[in-house]
Design a protein around this ligand. Structure first.
Ligand code: KG4
Ligand code: ZN
Length: 327
């Protein structure tokens, strides 16, 4: 069995996955409420909370999988990208657990974890496939020919789609994280009430969401505080519609350009109800992950490690976390 640990942002996660991809447990201790009062993740607070939670979350993952460290054959951990202090807690903890038992350790790229999430769970999809990952920190469309790797075909030039939800929610005076709140509020609003820009930069498959966020800011200013509050559901619905339109357009273009008929969505924004429904209309065999595999989790990290060469003990003792994507 593989024990996975993920602490790249504000969720402390541990999971137990079998070598053939069955998820035996997938535990997430969310720190959302802790950061809500600041309107975003505070890195130092996140690191400290990871430190307090990581042992208990790991023990919980083993218990829920009805197993113990005796049955763990390798440990997988998110090496990066993410918040460096937060990553260090997971990497140190995974190294300690693995080293104490002389187990191999696999450092995993967080983004590849989001991609591989699509090969886990019930009815997993097999490469070759295209995958659109939209999370709080990243948004990209990738081609996956082999589960060990992915090639980025286009990515955001500024804000990530989840970031657009979070910043938009803040402008609308809603709490953090903004995605789920806008998703809920949008159901009561008119998605055509306001016309927001759909930015499709360049000739390729890149994304840009910062102009959209600015457009919302100006619109709220023009309306004035009271009117903006009264029309909050319409603003949320129109804003969400603009984001989902862009995701759908890039997905359609990727399918057309690359002629790959299998498509997976992933990342926290794949939990969005409008995006999940719209993705169904794509001209492809679609894989929409269960909610627990959309947002950050350790099952995707343990899952991704299955396709990588693990580092034997004690080679990984000098392994470092890496805040940058090139990990
Ligand atoms: O993948 P994730 O858990 O963490 C990162 O790697 O960033 O994604 C978190 C992001 C947040 O920006 C959050 O607002 C967004 O996913 N999100 C959603 C929804 N649920 C989470 N965005 C839109 N609709 C949702 N239902
Ligand atoms: Zn993520």
């Amino acid at each position: 069995m593989i024990l996975g640990i993920e602490t790249s942002c504000d969720d402390t996660c541990a999971a137990v996955v079998t070598p053939d991809g069955e998820i035996l447990s997938n535990v997430v201790a969310s720190q959302g409420l802790l950061h809500e009062r600041y309107g975003g993740v505070v890195p130092e607070i996140a690191s400290r909370r990871h430190l307090e939670l990581v042992d208990a979350v790991t023990a919980d993952a083993l218990e829920r999988a009805d197993t113990s460290l005796d049955d763990v054959r390798s440990v997988a951990v998110t090496r990066g990208p993410g918040l460096i202090g937060a990553l260090l807690v997971g990497v140190s903890s995974a190294k300690a657990l693995a080293a104490a038992r002389g187990l191999p350790l696999t450092p995993v790229n967080h983004l590849h974890g989001h991609v591989v999430a699509s090969t886990l769970g019930e009815n997993p999809i097999e490469p070759p496939l295209l995958c659109l990952v939209a999370s709080g920190g990243h948004t990209f469309v990738a081609r996956v020919d082999d589960p060990a790797d992915h090639t980025v075909l286009g990515q955001t030039l500024d804000d990530a789609a989840g970031e657009a939800f979070d910043k938009g929610a803040r402008i609308l005076g809603l709490e953090y994280p903004g995605g789920p709140v806008i998703d809920r509020l949008a159901k009561e609003g008119d998605p055509e009430a306001f016309d927001f820009p759909r930015s499709l930069p360049g000739d390729g498959l890149d994304f840009s969401f910062s102009g959209l966020k600015t457009a919302l800011l100006y619109r709220v200013r023009d309306l004035g505080e009271d009117e903006a509050e009264r029309r909050r559901a319409d603003l949320a619905a129109s804003y969400q519609r603009a984001i989902v339109d862009v995701l759908e357009t890039r997905a359609r273009q990727a399918i057309e350009q690359y002629g790959v008929s299998r498509f997976a969505i992933g990342g926290g924004v794949a939990a969005n109800s409008e995006w999940r429904a719209r993705a169904q209309e794509l001209d492809a065999e679609l894989w929409v992950p269960p909610m627990a595999l959309c947002t950050d989790n350790a099952a995707m990290i343990a899952g991704a490690s299955r396709f990588q060469q693990p580092m034997p003990y004690p080679d990984y003792l000098s392994l470092d976390a890496s805040a940058r994507p090139a990990a």
